[in-house]
Design a protein around this ligand. Structure first.
Ligand code: SDX
Length: 455
């Protein structure tokens, strides 16, 4: 969809000069600002955008989000339809290939994934080395990164066949690594994959199999998990996708890039939020404690975890689907008292001016934790489940970045606000100095060259 290129007319009041800056796809190129200078020695104007709140880092065809309208589509298909009619592996194929697979293509894809779930036996030694209470996300970051040492051919990122092989390996093996991490944390033996089972069914097998000869997943929980993976499969340029693209831009192998993405997801403001929602609900304990908790949130002492979003200023469409899945799961597991508490917390928040004025609605993480807990997962495993679902999205973003002719190694610029040049101070002349006021230093630097911050 290419629109008529129009322009922005900019007058630099420092020089009185006027410039025409092209506008395309609703954006100006930051590089076009560099021609705006005070004189020939000037570096030129930069765009300053901490946390990239208004910066497009790429052109992508994978996922579309309309935050105002609460719309989410993978390759044009609405998330609600995919959750109802598709499967996680079919959605993974869609994200990566750009089209829904034919029956034969899906069968081949499923077969490839199924036959790559085994990991090298040495991986068990890595996992055995972790402390018994090691967080499974820490184990996942480490073991996914370690996979790069078993597959040196993964460095050949320009070879499409080898890229696809690593993509298959990562989607397949992340379930095994996740299950092994859980089994280590509870002191149970590792369970090998069962190729007779579906992707979600085999994951449940590797998690929960005890002494029975063959694990048989509950079909309702198997389906619920598959849908939850679909809902987490991609979300355009979120923090962890940005990490995946940035590391991939240096042409590192995809295992190393995926380890960076998992590390980003681990943060409580991102994928770690689903674990924090459960901890928050447990802390609140009962509905009569909600007003006091909300007061702490309004005082800035706490965040209402599972609420708010950088893009959605409406109800996260995934949260609506997840709320429906909760009812399916609780028919099997029995309901959770935390669900009633979460619903009351949501009701109160959605009527409260603090949240309404900031357009804070439940996001994907608000209800997932309650479902995972009812399914028997410990809270530490919640972000691990997010990572499993997000793997195809990370890989689709990674490959799209590699194949984009406009992309190269990610290397942002900065506005330097530190010291100007100063001579080395011999130890004998040093004194205990208070923590320096960076702003005061910046003010000095600005006095030296008012229109030419150091870069
Ligand atoms: C995910 O990017 C993605 O797509 C992420 C994700 C994906 O699929 O990849 O959707 C997954 O990460 C979902 C988000 C999970 N995180 C949480 O639930 C943690 C709680 N939420 C917040 O930390 C926050 O809402 C963020 C991090 C999600 C978004 O932060 P922004 O866009 O930087 O918004 P902000 O911090 O600038 O907030 C705007 C205002 C601020 O108040 P004021 O300074 O204007 O007074 O809203 C307030 C914030 O203090 N606010 C909250 C809040 N979220 C924002 N106040 C209380 N509780 C919250 N949860």
């Amino acid at each position: 969809m290419s629109e008529q290129v129009s322009t922005l007319t900019v007058t630099d009041n420092r020089t009185g000069r006027t410039y025409e800056v092209p506008i395309k796809d609703g954006a100006v190129r930051a590089a076009d600002l560099r021609k705006i200078k005070v004189d020939d020695s000037d570096f030129g104007l930069m765009a300053y955008d901490p946390a990239f709140t208004n910066t497009a880092s790429c052109r992508s065809a994978i996922t579309f989000i309309d935050g105002e309208a609460g719309i989410l589509r993978y390759r044009g298909y609405p998330i609600q339809e995919l959750a109802e009619k598709s499967s996680f592996l079919e959605v993974a194929y869609l994200l990566l290939a750009g089209e829904l697979p034919t029956r034969e293509e899906l069968a081949t894809w499923e077969d490839e994934i199924t036959h790559h779930t085994m990991v090298h036996e040495s991986i068990k030694k890595f996992i055995d080395g972790f402390h018994h209470d090691a967080h499974p996300m820490g184990m996942l970051v480490s073991t996914v990164g370690a996979l790069s040492t078993f597959y040196p051919d993964a460095k050949q990122i320009k070879d499409p066949g080898l890229r696809r092989l690593q993509i298959v390996r990562l989607i397949a093996k992340i379930t095994t690594l996740a299950a092994y991490s859980y089994r280590h944390s509870v002191g149970f033996p590792y369970v090998y994959p069962d190729n007779d089972l579906s992707y979600a069914g085999n994951f449940l097998n590797m998690l929960w199999k005890a002494t029975e000869l063959k694990y048989e997943p509950d079909p309702v929980l198997e389906h619920a998990l598959d849908v939850l993976f679909i809902l987490h499969a991609d979300h355009e340029q979120n923090c962890s996708a940005n990490a995946m693209r940035a590391v991939g831009s240096s042409e590192a192998d995809p295992f190393s890039a995926a380890a960076a993405a998992i590390a980003a997801l681990y943060g409580p403001l991102h994928g770690g939020a689903n674990e924090q929602v459960l901890r928050m609900l447990r802390e609140i304990g009962s509905p009569e404690n909600i007003p006091a908790f909300i007061a702490q949130v309004k005082d800035g002492k706490k965040k209402l975890m599972g609420f708010g979003h950088r893009v959605y200023k409406n109800y996260d469409p995934r949260a609506r689907v997840i709320r429906q899945i909760a009812d399916e799961v609780f028919k099997v597991t029995g309901t959770s008292p935390l669900l009633d508490l979460a619903m009351e917390l949501e009701r109160i928040a959605l009527e409260d001016e603090y949240f309404v004025s900031r357009r804070l609605y439940p996001n994907v993480d608000f209800y997932t934790g309650i479902i995972y807990q009812a399914m028997g997962f410990p809270v530490e495993m919640f972000p691990v489940l997010f990572a499993i679902g997000r793997m195809p999205g990370w890989l689709a973003q990674w490959e799209e970045g590699l194949l984009d002719p406009e992309q190269k190694i990610a290397r942002p610029r900065q506005i330097y606000i530190g010291h100007g040049e100063r001579p080395y101070v011999p130890m004998s002349e040093r004194s205990q100095t208070a923590a320096e006021d960076v702003d005061a230093i910046a003010a000095q630097a600005a006095q030296a060259a008012p229109d030419r911050p150091l870069r």
